[in-house]
Design a protein. Structure first.
Length: 164
């Protein structure tokens, strides 16, 4: 049995924009395909070039697609004893970027796709992201780490643009 401990870098930005405007800003860079239809198309692909074409057809300008959006605030809004606020977890990624990391470091699959968390607070709308490179750094795999750093740059740029 092996247990690894490592430090995760959390990138955080606080925006003065409205919650919905921040989400709209993120949506500009994240493609939102119909996942049921997309999954069927992927399963029917017969070549890597066909898979690439399918993925490139659904990703947004930040090279990401949304796999799932969780409204974590829904239970809060239903509980009269809870302080209700808006909080959404966006699970996003790109199968082609994931492939690049996993081919060099299979453990990278434990951290992809990524999560962007957006929530309201008294001081604004917080947007947070745990950097992929910080997850992969302890493995000392330069090739996977380079891909992760490129992914981190895309995600942090998208977050900053959505916040401003």
């Amino acid at each position: 049995m092996t247990v690894r401990n490592f430090t995760v870098e959390k990138f955080s930005v606080v925006s003065a924009k409205a919650f919905e405007d921040v989400l709209a800003g993120l949506d500009k860079g994240i493609g939102r395909p119909n996942m049921a239809a997309f999954s069927k198309q992927l399963a029917a692909a017969t070549s890597f070039s066909e898979l690439q074409e399918l993925v490139r057809g659904v990703i947004g300008s930040a090279d990401l697609m949304e796999f799932m959006r969780l409204d974590l605030g829904a239970p809060l809004r239903l509980d009269p004893a809870a302080k209700a606020y808006k909080i959404v977890r966006i699970i996003a990624g790109n199968p082609l970027i994931m492939k690049q990391m996993v081919q060099h470091l299979p453990d990278a699959g434990s951290y992809a796709p990524i999560t962007i968390l957006v929530y309201e607070s008294h001081d604004g709308v917080h947007i947070t992201y745990d950097k992929m490179a910080s997850f992969l750094a302890p493995y000392n795999n330069a090739a996977a780490l380079a891909v992760a750093q490129d992914l981190d740059a895309k995600v942090t740029k998208l977050i900053v643009e959505a916040a401003n």
